[in-house]
Write a protein that binds this ligand. Structure first.
Ligand SMILES: Cc1cc2nc3c(=O)[nH]c(=O)nc-3n(C[C@H](O)[C@H](O)[C@H](O)COP(=O)(O)O)c2cc1C
Length: 200
C-alpha cells in the first residue's frame, strides 16, 4: 500500500475480531511511531501495552472519575451507565490496547507559563504525529485502530491506577486489532478547501 492510499483509506475502527495481534507487529508499529517528528530531537512519548489484568484497575479508576463528572453535569444515571458500559467494553475487549503518554521529563525547563505551555503543545503535536504513523502502518497491514481520549480527562486517576511515573502524562488509549467483518465506517464529513485553507 502506498502512502497516499494509506492516508485516504485509514478509518477509525471500533469493532474488532477477537483475533490477537502478534507481539512483533505491535513492536513494529511502536517503532514506526518513534519515527515521527519531535521537537529539539526529543522522543517525548511513552507507549504502554496494557494487559487484561491492568485494564480492570484502569477501567475502575476511569469510571469513578467519569462518574463524578457525569454527576456534576447532571447526566441522568441510566444515560451515564450506558456511556460507562460502552467505554468499559471497548477497553476490556480491544484485542490490543496501548496507552499513549507524553514524557514531560524531556521538556525544557522554561521559567514562565507561556513557554511551558508552548513546550507542552509541541509535545502533544508530536505525540499526534507518532500515533498517526502507528495508525497508518497498522492500516497498511490490515489492522484497525481507534483513539480514545478519555485518559486526557482523568490523567491523575490513570497515573495512580497504573502507578505511572509522575512525569508521564497519559493522554490517549489506542485500540488495535483486526477489524470485525461488520466494520463499515460512516461517510466522512466534507472538508471544502475554501473553508479550511486560505492564502494571505
Ligand atoms: C485527539 C483525538 C481524540 C479522539 N477521541 C476519540 C474518542 O474518545 N472516542 C472515539 O471513538 N474516537 C475518538 N477519536 C477518533 C475520531 O472520532 C475519528 O478520528 C474521527 O471521527 C474521524 O474518523 P476517521 O478516523 O474514521 O477518519 C479521536 C481522534 C482524535 C484525533
Amino acid at each position: 500500500m502506498d502512502v497516499a492510499e494509506a492516508v485516504r483509506g485509514r478509518r477509525s475502527v471500533r469493532h474488532f475480531s477477537p483475533c490477537p495481534v502478534p507481539r512483533e507487529t505491535i513492536e513494529e508499529l511502536v517503532q514506526a511511531a518513534c519515527l515521527a517528528p519531535a521537537p529539539h530531537h526529543s522522543r517525548p512519548w511513552q507507549f504502554v501495552l496494557l494487559s487484561q489484568k491492568v485494564r480492570t484497575a484502569l477501567v475502575q479508576a476511569m469510571e469513578e472519575a467519569w462518574q463524578r463528572d457525569l454527576a456534576a453535569d447532571g447526566v441522568p444515571p441510566a444515560q451515564a451507565e450506558a456511556l460507562l458500559r460502552r467505554s468499559r467494553q471497548r477497553i476490556l475487549f480491544s484485542p490490543a490496547l496501548i496507552l499513549c503518554c507524553l514524557d514531560m521529563a524531556q521538556a525544557r525547563p522554561w521559567p514562565d507559563p507561556r513557554r511551558q505551555r508552548a513546550e507542552r503543545d509541541m509535545f502533544v503535536q508530536s505525540l499526534g504525529a507518532a500515533i498517526q504513523n502507528l495508525q497508518l502502518l497498522a492500516h497498511a497491514k490490515g489492522l484497525g485502530t481507534c483513539i480514545m481520549a478519555a485518559p486526557a480527562f482523568c490523567q491523575e486517576d490513570v497515573k495512580r491506577a497504573l502507578a505511572l511515573p509522575q512525569d508521564w502524562e497519559p493522554l490517549f488509549l489506542l485500540q488495535l486489532g483486526y477489524p470485525h467483518p461488520s466494520h463499515r465506517p460512516p461517510p466522512r464529513p466534507p472538508s471544502p478547501l475554501d473553508a479550511i485553507f486560505k492564502e494571505l
